[in-house]
Ligand binder design. Sequence first.
Ligand code: FES
Length: 84
Amino acid sequence: MLEEEHPSPENSIAVTCGPPIMIRYVLESLEKMGFGEEQVYTTLERRMKCGIGHCGRCNVGPRYVCVDGPVFSLKELRQLPDEM
Ligand code: FES
């Protein structure tokens, strides 16, 4: 559906949230349409538990989702280990 609508990446950003499998496919589609890594943002808040930096359960590599995010650009996601 997103590719049918084919929004222009010119002067645009894309923000996505939802189930991880949906986000994965939306990110792929946005890249196909020409959106750059710094034009795409998504959230990893589903990984959060305490939300205040105490439990240590939301880490992805060296980053804590609740402290460093929960919103990350696609460029930042690519720099994290593939644990999603
Ligand atoms: S959710 Fe507990 S440390 Fe991030």
